[in-house]
Design a protein around this ligand. Structure first.
Ligand SMILES: Nc1ncnc2c1ncn2[C@@H]1O[C@H](COP(=O)(O)OP(=O)(O)OP(=O)(O)O)[C@@H](O)[C@H]1O
Length: 366
C-alpha cells in the first residue's frame, strides 16, 4: 500500500499542506519544533483515527481554529482508497472512506496498516506493564476484530467485579457470573497474546542481530498467570484476598512482556542506544508480522530514530528498511546532511522535504 497524497488543514502547527509522496522513501528534515512529528502524526491519524501520542482531538486542531481536516489518497495495490477526516471542537469527528462515513470508527482500524517508530516508544521499555500490554493489544486488534471485542468485554466484567469488591459485596452468584465472563474472554486474550509473542520472538531476534551484529544478547518473554492455572479457578481462589484488597489481583490485566538484555531487565541495565536498538528491532518485527499476515505492505514511519545510535547501527537500519520487504517509508531527522547521506547510499526512488514553521516544502519530488 502506498500513500500517494496527503492534504492537511490545521493539524497542530501545520496550517495547510498538500504533499505528493514517493512510493518508497520520503525524508523530512527541519529544526526542532517545526512540525515533523506532527506531519507523521497526521499520517498515523488516518490509519488509527487517533494521534500516536494520544493527544485529545481538541488539542489536535490548530490553536484558535474551528476545525482540522485530513485527506489521504492511497494506492491499495491497484485500488484507490480515499480517506477523509474532519474534526471540529465538541462535535463527533467525521471519518469517511471513499466519501462514505463509517458507522463505527473500529470498522476502519486495520484497513491502512502502519507501524510508527518514534521517541515516544521509550515508554514501552520505561513505562509500566500496561504500556507493553497495549503494544500487544494494538498489534493483535489490527488483524483480529474478535480480539478487540474480547478485550472490551473483559474490561467491562473486570470493572464490575472491582466495583463489587469495593462495595464489599458478598453476592456469590454475581461474583461467579462475572468470573465466568472474565475467564472466557481472558482465556481468548491469553491465547492470542501468547501466539503473538511466539511469532514475534524469532523476527525480533533476527532484526536485533542484524542491527547490532550479534554484539548483544536480548530476550522477549510473555508472562501470564494463566500459564499456570485456568483463570476461573484462579479468580475463585483469590476472591477472599481480592475482597480484602478491594480489586482483582488475577487475570490478563496483570500480564507482562518482559524485555531483557542478557539476564537483566533492559530498562535497568540498557544504555540509551541499546534500549533504542531493542525498540527498533521490536517494531520492525511488528512490521514484518503485520506484512506477513495482512494483504498489503504496511507504511513505516521512522520519526527521529537515529539519535543516540552509532554510525554502524544507523547504517544497518537503513540497509534493512530499504529492503524490498518494507514498503513505503517516511523518515524524519533534524539534520539534512544526515538524510542526504542516507539517500546517497540507496538506489531507490525518494522524495525530500523541508519542514519549517508548519510548512512542508518539497526539495526533491518523487
Ligand atoms: N494544536 C496546536 N496548534 C498549534 N501548534 C501546535 C499545536 N499542537 C502542537 N503545536 C506545536 O507543534 C510544535 C511541535 O511540532 P513537532 O513535534 O512536530 O516538532 P518536530 O519538528 O518534530 O521537532 P523535534 O525535532 O524537536 O522533534 C510545537 O511548537 C507545538 O507548540
Amino acid at each position: 500500500m502506498v500513500l500517494k497524497q496527503l492534504s492537511i488543514l490545521n493539524y497542530k502547527n501545520i496550517v495547510q499542506a498538500e504533499v505528493d509522496f514517493s512510493p518508497k522513501i520520503n525524508c523530512f528534515f527541519g529544526k526542532n519544533g517545526m512540525g515533523k512529528t506532527n506531519f507523521m502524526d497526521a499520517i498515523y491519524y488516518l490509519s488509527f483515527c487517533k494521534s500516536h501520542i494520544n493527544t485529545p482531538d481538541s488539542m489536535i486542531i490548530r490553536n484558535n481554529q474551528d476545525m482540522c481536516v485530513l485527506q489521504g489518497i492511497y494506492d491499495y495495490d491497484g485500488r484507490t482508497e480515499e480517506l477523509f477526516c474532519g474534526i471540529r471542537h465538541k462535535q463527533r469527528k467525521q471519518f469517511k472512506r471513499n466519501k462514505k462515513e463509517y458507522g463505527k470508527l473500529s470498522e476502519h482500524i486495520g484497513l491502512l496498516p502502519l507501524v510508527m517508530i518514534s521517541p515516544a516508544d521509550t515508554e514501552l521499555i520505561q513505562g509500566g506493564s500496561e504500556e507493553r500490554r497495549r503494544f500487544m493489544d494494538l498489534i493483535i486488534s489490527q488483524q483480529d476484530k474478535n480480539y478487540l471485542h474480547a478485550l472490551i468485554q473483559y474490561n467491562k466484567a473486570l470493572l464490575q467485579r472491582n466495583t463489587l469488591l469495593k462495595e464489599q459485596s458478598r453476592d456469590t452468584s454475581l461474583f461467579e457470573a462475572l468470573e465466568m465472563q472474565l475467564a472466557m474472554y481472558g482465556e481468548q486474550i491469553f491465547q492470542k497474546r501468547k501466539l503473538l509473542v511466539e511469532k514475534l520472538v524469532p523476527l525480533f531476534n533476527q532484526f536485533h542481530q542484524q542491527i547490532c551484529c550479534s554484539a548483544e544478547s536480548v530476550n522477549l518473554h510473555y508472562i501470564s498467570q494463566l500459564e499456570e492455572t485456568p483463570l476461573e479457578e484462579k479468580l475463585r481462589n483469590t476472591r477472599e484476598r481480592d475482597w480484602v484488597i478491594g480489586y482483582t489481583t488475577s487475570g490478563i490485566h496483570k500480564d507482562e512482556l518482559e524485555m531483557k538484555l542478557d539476564d537483566a531487565l533492559i530498562r535497568r541495565v540498557g544504555s540509551q542506544g541499546q534500549q533504542k536498538t531493542y525498540l527498533i528491532a521490536l517494531k520492525l518485527a511488528q512490521y514484518s508480522l503485520l506484512a506477513q499476515q495482512g494483504t498489503t505492505a504496511p507504511l513505516l514511519l521512522l520519526d527521529d530514530i537515529f539519535d543516540k545510535l552509532d554510525a554502524e547501527r544507523v547504517a544497518q537500519i537503513i540497509r534493512l528498511v530499504s529492503d524490498e520487504q518494507f514498503g513505503q517509508i517516511f523518515i524524519t531527522d533534524t539534520n539534512r546532511k544526515y538524510l542526504d547521506k542516507i539517500l546517497e547510499t540507496m538506489n531507490h526512488d525518494f522524495a525530500l522535504f523541508e519542514v519549517e514553521q508548519g510548512c512542508i516544502k518539497p526539495l526533491k519530488e518523487a
